[in-house]
Design a protein around this ligand. Sequence first.
Ligand code: C5P
Length: 296
Amino acid sequence: MLQVTTRVPAKINMVLSVGPRRTDGFHDLVTVFHAVSLYDDVRAAPGDGLSLTVSGPYADATPADDANLAVRAARTLAEHARVPADAALDIHKAIPVAGGLAGGSADAAGALLACDELWGLGLSDAELAAVAAGLGSDVPFALAGGTAVGRGRGERLGPVDVGSSLSWVLAVADGGLPTPAVYAQLDADRAGEPIAEPNVDDAVLDALVAGDPVALGEQLRNDMQDAAIALRPALADTLRAGQHAGTLGAVVSGSGPTCAFLVRDDEHAAGLAAELTSSGTCAAAYPVTGGVATGG
Ligand code: C5P
């Protein structure tokens, strides 16, 4: 086997409902994960020990050492399967770093899939998902792709069949937001208030199954949005710019700062991406389609 390349998508959270902080520091949540067509490519080639090279638009912001989740994923997989951790990893980084798009989790999922094949392990989906859950809350979804309801920390997944392809624009900010800081801001904002158990309305799932983007646009919601805006007030301008441009719905993705806009179709997405880019309220805007697969 010479080398294996796996294509892994970014995710957005169409809905993110966050419960109280647990004793282990994580928050129970219910979310609708949606994989979108902005991809990193993770390659694993034979190597002596583990090494990592990174290229692509967001390479400069990506750690290229043991702090990279892809390296930790490969090492954890080797330990799990009791094989030597020998692979030369390469990531082509097109997913913004610390953007609320689970780019690091995508790279971890890509490394698991590529090393599983390179090392001839043939682990089952369930076994890979268990290794993934130990690496991070979003890694199991990055392995699965498509659209899914996530529960627990986000690692317990139930796939959702979406009735039609959905078109989005991602507005990427200059620089990222650290996820723990956004959760800490959310906790501070809600201190002393009763916090409801996390929940996703049936109306969201009905709109997804029907493939009705107008109904879905009205349901987009993120409990972390105000906390992300508190830490990055300019996000309010980005959201307003998209809303003024006639989108079907707007939401900060995960812990931000990327904003996701639901639009009618791919043509609408291309027009909005150009409009957002020239509005000066974001660093870049990407038209994407949702519900894409992991792998390949
Ligand atoms: O699981 P992951 O390593 O991606 O989580 C990063 C950080 O985000 C955690 O250390 C925690 O502070 C926060 N987090 C959380 N609740 C979740 C997921 C993440 O508080 N469900």
